[in-house]
Every structure is written in C-alpha cells, then in structure tokens.
Write a protein that binds this ligand. Structure first.
Ligand code: SAH
Length: 259
C-alpha cells in the first residue's frame, strides 16, 4: 500500500457519539502539493484504492479518495492505527560533528534504526568546526531524515537540531533523559549488557553520545559523567564515528526485545 507523511493540521477527525451511525466516515485528510501530484498524476490512484497517510506524530490513517479538486484532494479515513515502526521509547543521538558528509549518513542510518532526534555538537577534537549557524545544512539534514523515515515506514519524522557549541551545552541537556549512554573507547569500560542491567528497565527517553573521529578528552568524559551519562564500551573493536551511533541504536532495540 502506498504510504506517505502529512502534517496533523491536514487531518480532521469527525466528532462521534452513541447516535453516530456506524457507517459514517471517521474523518478526512486534505492532500495538496507534491503528494497530491504524486497520487493523481504519477500513481493514478483509483477512487476505490486504499492508501496510508501518517501524520508524523505516531498515527497512521488508511483512506481512499473522496473528491479530487484542482490542486488538492479530500481523502476519507477508513481505519486509524498507531504507527508501526516506532521504538517504545524516544532515542536521541548526540553526535560529535564528523568530517565531510558523514553526518548525513549517520542521520539516514540512524533514522532507519529508530532514533527520534539528532543533535550534532562540536567536541574538543572535532576537526570540521561550523563557524556560523548554517540553517541550510540543518534543513538539508531534516530532508534526509524525512526521506529515510518515509522509506523505513517510521511513524514520526526525526528532528535534526542545530549544532551545539561544545560539550558543556550537551551536559546541560542531559537532565531530560532517563538513560544516557556515553560511548567511549577504553579498556575497563563496562559493556552495554552490564550498563543496561544496572539501569534495570526499559527507558522512556534515552540518549546516546558519540564522539568525533578523535574521540573524547578525559575532561569531556568527566563533564558528561557528572551530568549523569553512563560510560559504555561497545566491544573491543574500535568503530568509526559514523558506525558507532547506528550500531548502538540497533543494539538497544535488540536489548529491549524489539528485534
Ligand atoms: N581514537 C578514538 C576513537 C574514536 S572512535 C578514541 O580512542 O576515543 C569515534 C567514537 O565512536 C568514539 O568517541 C565513541 O563514541 C564511539 N566508539 C567507537 N568504537 C567504540 C567502542 N568499541 N566502544 C565505545 N565507543 C566506541
């Protein structure tokens, strides 16, 4: 079935009470722009054909075309479902800014694996230092998250934030998470199994922190630990920075019984 995203503002759910006839429509969705063009002119979707629209906020609607107008159409909702494709907890990736276009790849793979938010930051050993706020880059990265979410059948489009200036800003944000994993290469660092056993439950809102190519300085590790991060080793092989975040995302899904 064809599936695409809309915004909640385009969805209207009709009020119902005991007297509403069973056959009355559940609601309707206005579809305009690119998706309208795609459904009508590219897919040439038939009036009795069902398709799925996700509101990007965790709900899917199975619907069919009710009326086609000049530049938009009205679709009638047949079935409402909670979106598949979401982990039962939020998962943010704080990513030390890597070189080149690796962040694009991290956002793409991370979205496929269930991350809900991406927050790049400049670490002491970051080579590629953004000088000014570059909103265009953030918008492009948001588009990558959108495309990957669509492809992966996600129920939300992960957010991509503006880069944070340094580790102190990251540390200040950690209070909002119930589980914070700081991936750090080091002999004697506890493995994921040990750290998750100590945590003892499924998180509601977890965060993962990954260093840039050069890793973290000891001061950065201490700053993040003091802010509540738990240092974790991901095994005896050193992964590239663009591998570590997606890999840890996949490990968490498995650890919480979701694979
Ligand atoms: N030479 C650097 C390697 C950095 S690898 C160092 O010794 O720190 C880039 C980032 O990926 C690291 O900062 C860490 O966040 C993550 N990472 C890669 N492999 C890892 C592993 N085996 N255990 C924990 N973190 C790892």
């Amino acid at each position: 079935m064809h599936r695409f995203f809309t915004e909640p503002k385009n969805v209207t759910i009709f009020p119902r009470d005991e007297t509403t006839p069973e056959m009355d429509p559940i609601g309707q969705i206005v579809i305009a722009g690119e998706d309208f063009h795609h459904l009508i002119h590219v897919l040439r979707i038939a009036h009795d054909e069902r398709f799925e629209v996700c509101d990007g906020a965790g709900t899917d609607f199975i619907c069919h075309i009710k009326e086609v107008l000049d530049d938009h159409l009205l679709a009638e909702i047949d079935i409402v479902n909670y979106s598949r494709g979401e982990l039962p907890f939020k998962l943010t990736l704080f990513q030390g800014i890597p070189k080149g276009k690796k962040l694009d790849e991290i956002i793409q793979k991370g979205t496929e694996l269930g991350y809900t938010s991406f927050v790049p930051f400049t670490a002491e050993r970051t080579v590629n230092r953004p000088k000014n706020a570059d909103f265009k880059k953030t918008i492009r990265r948001g588009r990558i998250a959108y495309e990957a979410a669509k492809q992966a059948g996600r129920g939300i489009i992960p957010s991509v934030e503006e880069p944070l200036a340094d580790i102190n800003v990251v540390a200040k944000m950690l209070a909002g998470y119930d589980l914070v994993l700081l991936a750090h290469v080091g002999e004697g660092n506890p493995g994921l199994h040990t750290v998750l056993q100590a945590f003892g439950k499924t998180p509601d809102n977890a965060a993962v922190i990954i260093g840039p190519e050069g890793g973290f300085t000891e001061i950065e590790v201490l700053t993040l630990q003091n802010a509540g991060a738990r240092v974790v080793s991901l095994g005896t092989r050193v992964m590239r920075t663009e591998t570590a975040g997606p890999a840890l995302g996949a490990m968490l899904a498995y650890a919480f019984g979701l694979v």
